[in-house]
Design a protein around this ligand. Structure first.
Ligand SMILES: Cc1ncc(COP(=O)(O)O)c(C=O)c1O
Length: 377
């Protein structure tokens, strides 16, 4: 029940067991075409999507190094750990990064971006770094509103949607986003190991003159190879097969329905947790479709609570990140997670807390779900 990697449906997982084939032959070319077509639908773009054998962070790095040059002025609007990571990557490659941090648990508003860009009358800011869903805090920004706030400013919009895409609305072309990053192990419910980078025509143009150093993540090379149904280097064939199966499932269900299902499970998690007396960490306006963060009752340690949930009920949830490690419980609800998974998780937490002497009300007045929760032991 962590916010990714998430449980992988058996039909997707089985793809890992299939034999290898030539990554420079027609079978791979067909596979790559199929996966990129599915990804374009997920990103809602007609432009180009690159499939990279790397984790989400690798895709974030690819986003930065392919459109920027050392010395470029970059605006970053972090509201948690992953936003700060995006800024760190840009700084590592020599960008001059200005961070305007929104307090964790809250989300940056369009107004914040509009006001800062309005001061940049000469258009010196080359790019804005945004996080769609901040997995470390369980808050989700309104990217459409932020994109609108850019107005006519020439800055590129780079969006980390690693834990958002496929679970929360994101319409790359319609909203005018320039680079959007995602990964296989989140809402797609495929195994970890693949990063995806979608680039607008404007970003592809910027790529031609960008001077940040790059080799493995050089998307100019990836572009040339993608055009002939290949990747520059040996791809993770098995993982790409799982991704094809995951995208097929997504297509069958329909992207809008997949997003609606995530929203429903997320709402169920928040409402049930609140009924049980838990305080939500993220502000209601930024409630995430993929991860819910609960404040640990005062005087308790998230680590002990999580260990007992694992030992007694076989349920794995995450703690907070960075300075919030002991204060939060993060429950992931991406991919194939259902409301009954959430109900069981919350009941396991309730039982552990009761065992620790903390009074926690039942999810529903009528009955406890305790009888349905089986121990892994
Ligand atoms: C919002 C966000 N960005 C980036 C990442 C980094 O992805 P990875 O761990 O695959 O490198 C994560 C991973 O949890 C994430 O949630």
């Amino acid at each position: 029940m962590i916010p990714g990697p998430t449980a992988v449906p058996p039909t997707v997982l089985l793809e890992m067991a299939r034999p290898m084939f030539n990554h420079r032959g027609p079978q791979f070319a067909d596979l790559l075409v199929r996966v990129t077509a599915g990804l374009k639908a997920a990103f809602a773009t007609q432009s180009e999507v690159f499939v990279l054998t790397c984790s989400g962070t690798g895709a974030m790095e690819a986003a930065v190094v392919n459109v920027l040059s050392p010395g470029d002025i970059v605006l970053s609007l972090p509201y948690g750990m992953f936003g700060k990571r995006f800024a760190t990557i840009a700084r590592t490659y020599g960008a001059d990064v200005e961070e305007i941090e929104t307090p964790w648990g809250r989300v940056p508003r369009g107004e914040l971006l509009r006001e800062r860009l309005a001061k940049d009358v000469e258009g010196n800011i080359k790019a804005v770094l945004l996080t769609h869903n901040e997995t470390s805090t369980g808050a989700q920004a309104n990217i459409e509103e932020l994109a609108r706030a850019r107005g006519n400013h020439p800055a590129l919009l780079l969006v980390d949607s690693v834990s958002g895409l496929g679970a929360a609305p994101l319409r790359m072309d319609e909203w005018g986003l320039d680079v959007v990053v995602a990964a296989s192990q989140k809402a797609f419910a495929a195994p970890p190991g693949l990063g995806f980078v979608a680039m607008s025509a404007k970003a592809l143009k910027a790529m031609e003159t960008a001077k940040m150093p790059r080799f493995y993540l050089d998307l100019r090379m990836a572009r040339q190879f993608h055009a002939k149904g290949q990747t520059p280097f040996t791809p993770a064939i098995s993982q790409i097969r799982t991704m094809a199966a995951a995208l097929d499932m997504m297509e069958q269900e329909g992207l809008e329905q997949v997003i609606a299902r995530h929203a429903k499970v997320a709402r169920f998690c928040r409402e049930t947790a609140q009924r049980m007396g838990f305080r939500l960490y993220a502000e209601p306006a930024g409630a995430s479709n993929t991860v819910t963060t609960l404040c640990v009752p005062p005087g308790l340690d998230s680590r002990k609570l999580r260990q007992r949930m694992l030992d007694d009920y076989g349920v794995v949830v995450s703690g907070g990140q960075a300075h919030l490690e002991n204060d939060l419980i993060r429950i992931g609800h991406l991919g194939a997670v259902t409301t009954i998974d959430i109900a069981s998780t919350l009941e396991a937490m309730r039982l552990v807390l009761v065992g620790m002497g903390v009074e926690v009300p039942l999810q529903h007045k009528e009955a406890s779900l305790a009888s349905h929760v089986t121990s892994s032991l």
